[in-house]
Design a binder for this molecule. Structure first.
Ligand code: NAD
Length: 512
């Protein structure tokens, strides 16, 4: 069943615009305000991860199409950057309402292409929507500064000005949230935007582009191209593009950071992770085990902020059998099926890679406490499913510890003290997120002050900041000097910056 990316109708009762994705076979490009069929001879199949059926085809945009898209952005910049800030704000106010009205339709398109459960997909849209809402406060965010009388008869003013055409390169795991991290903030400031969604999940981005057009964004202010390496190289090299936002793997992110920076662009790369959850023996057991299970296996572990590594300190190691029981209780199923907790992985290759990393742990002496590799999902026998898996007795030299697994796999290490746990976390090259579970204020404070990770949760397993702050992944998880979407936390030599979430609630659910 091949289906379209774009169809709108007015709801008969509410009069609101509704969006659906149905019945044409190809994903369009969005160039200069038009959804156009690519003339490319190279197309990629998009699969439903729960069945592996081909559900649509996406083009690798041709050089002419990519040039047309960036030229359109450049032309539009002249008038868009001069458009009043109140007009730009109004467009994004209408946009946030359109997204809100269509969360379910957007979520359906995400589940179909990406595989995550409908609840996770709605969370994906919701977290992106929050950035659009934040963009609506641009009239305050763009205020400049003044300092009168810096010397006799002289004052200083600073303005915040748009820089030109910006580009975004997005990953597959958050088809709504991550594109929405990118173009709304860029555009509301007066920049124009070239977006390249993940070629594996492009439909949601196309629906979002259509909604932005319907909200009143002028032609050319947002262009969308599709493709893989050639499109990425085009973005890194084209002189009209002044800044690049990338989210995805280290392999691609480090390459894009280097190539884009060499060409004089401002580049921010949010990359891979290995997030540790430190469990102290004084933690609230019930809450901690629930949090761990949700944060390790939710979205099938395909979150850059998944809590994929547990460090059980001292007596907390006794909780392991109970953790295994809770993970066993999760229901693996297609994301659109009622009651599904864990959906499929994005591709058969991703499934095979996850399975081989599990096997590497076994081969290197770890203990497989729960093995999800042979999970069978009735009615979805061809899907890319791996059930919740827990590997105990893991040590830092093992491959399953060193690599980001990006699947529903929790690896478990043990430590004798909080100091040992902190050493483990700080010796890991990644610095995206971490959490400590404890009821001891001194332990929480020590952890948040000594651990070298950009986003820290205290009894909060997935500490993704709200958009008025920014996403502050650090060390091996980030390249660049400005973080995404919010207030800038610039890392200054020897001054450690981190976003810290603290929860005192006994019940708490993962945020994305
Ligand atoms: P990916 O790197 O494979 O793809 C991301 C984008 O880069 C896609 O648009 C793709 O077309 C392009 N790309 C892929 N390989 C490339 C290459 N070799 N050269 C140039 N471009 C290339 O990432 P993914 O598999 O889509 O996403 C999963 C990864 O993203 C995980 O590592 C995850 O941790 C990371 N991620 C990080 C964050 C964060 O904020 N730190 C958020 C979400 C995902």
């Amino acid at each position: 069943a091949l289906r379209s990316v774009l169809r709108t109708k007015v709801h008969p009762k509410t009069g609101r615009l509704c969006y659906s994705s149905s019945s044409v076979s190809t994903v369009k490009l969005f160039i200069d305000g038009k959804f156009v069929e690519s003339k490319s001879s190279e197309w990629l199949d998009i699969h439903n991860p729960a069945t592996n059926e081909v559900i649509a085809r996406v083009p690798k945009a041709t050089q002419e199409e990519m040039l047309a898209a960036v030229d359109s952005c450049s032309r539009a910049f002249r008038s868009w950057s001069e458009t009043s800030i109140l007009s730009r704000q109004q467009i994004f106010l209408r946009y946030q309402q359109l997204i809100k009205d269509n969360i379910k339709e957007l979520a359906k398109s995400i589940t179909l292409e990406q595989g995550k459960t409908l609840a996770d997909a709605e969370g994906d849209v919701f977290r992106g929507l929050q950035v659009v809402e934040h963009a609506c406060s641009i009239t305050s965010l763009m205020l400049g500064e003044t300092l009168p009388s810096i010397t006799k008869d002289m004052d200083t003013y600073t303005y915040r000005l748009p820089i030109g055409v910006c580009a975004g390169i997005a990953p597959f795991n958050f088809p709504a949230m991550i594109p929405l991290w990118m173009f709304p903030m860029g555009m509301v400031c007066g920049n124009t935007y070239l977006l390249k969604p993940s070629e594996r999940v492009p439909t949601c981005a196309m629906l979002l582009a259509k909604m932005l057009q319907d909200a009143g964004a002028p032609d050319g202010t947002l262009n969308v191209i599709h493709g893989q390496h050639a499109a990425v190289n085009f973005i890194c090299d084209h002189p009209a593009i002044k800044a690049i936002s990338f989210v995805g793997s280290n392999q691609a992110g480090e390459y894009i950071y280097e190539r884009g920076s060499k060409n004089g662009k401002r580049v921010q790369s949010n990359m891979g992770a290995k997030n540790h959850g430190v469990v102290m023996p004084d933690a609230n057991k019930e809450n901690t085990l629930n949090q761990l299970v949700g944060a390790a296996f939710g979205a099938a572990g395909q979150r850059c902020m998944a809590l994929s590594t547990a460090i059980l300190v001292g007596e907390a190691r006794r909780w392991l059998p109970e953790l295994v029981e809770r993970a066993k209780a999760l229901r693996v199923n297609a994301g659109d099926q009622p009651g599904a907790d864990v959906g499929p992985l994005i591709s058969p290759q991703a499934r095979d890679r996850v399975c081989s990393l599990i096997q590497s742990g076994v081969d290197e002496g770890a203990q497989l406490l729960l093995d999800g590799r042979n999970v069978k999902v009735k009615g979805y026998e061809n899907g890319n499913f791996v059930g919740p898996t827990i590997i105990g007795n893991v040590t830092p030299r093992m491959k399953c510890y060193k690599e980001e697994i990006f699947g529903p796999v929790l690896i478990v290490l043990e430590a004798d003290s909080l100091d040992d746990a902190i050493r483990l976390v700080n010796n890991n090259p990644y610095g995206n997120g971490t959490a400590i579970f404890t009821t001891n204020g001194a332990a929480a404070r020590k952890y948040t002050h000594e651990v070298d990770v950009g986003q820290i949760g205290v009894n909060v397993p997935i500490p993704v900041p709200l958009p008025m702050f920014s996403f502050t992944g650090s060390r091996g998880s980030f390249r660049g000097d400005t973080n995404f979407y919010g207030k800038q936390v610039r890392p200054v030599l020897h001054i450690f910056c981190a976003s810290v979430w603290v929860s005192t609630a006994s019940e708490n659910s993962p945020i994305t």
